[in-house]
Design a binder for this molecule. Sequence first.
Ligand SMILES: [Zn+2]
Length: 116
Amino acid sequence: MAQYEGSCHCGRVAYSVEASLDQTITCNCSYCQRRGSILTFAPATAFTLTKGEDALTEYRFNSQKIQHLFCETCGVESFARGAMPDGTPTVAVNVRCLAGVEPTELQPTQYDGRSR
Ligand SMILES: [Zn+2]
């Protein structure tokens, strides 16, 4: 686990999160395929939105369970809110939005979201 600082592109949305980059995923569902994000998951308690709650625009699709949140100014989705199967609130962090992280050094697991 390490502490990371994340943000959207324009900087209106910013957060800090304690997360591991050992188990990242990419997903081939209709949404993730278009976005091209690399994700890691953290409990909501490990996530602090430092600014930008008022800049977040929500998008939901399919089961409506995941709250995709993107910056209304620059359009970047730096994180999403959801829940684990047991109901524990969680955040899906877009690793590409974390400072100091080199995405090409990660080895994400391909998640087959398209088939679910
Ligand atoms: Zn922005």
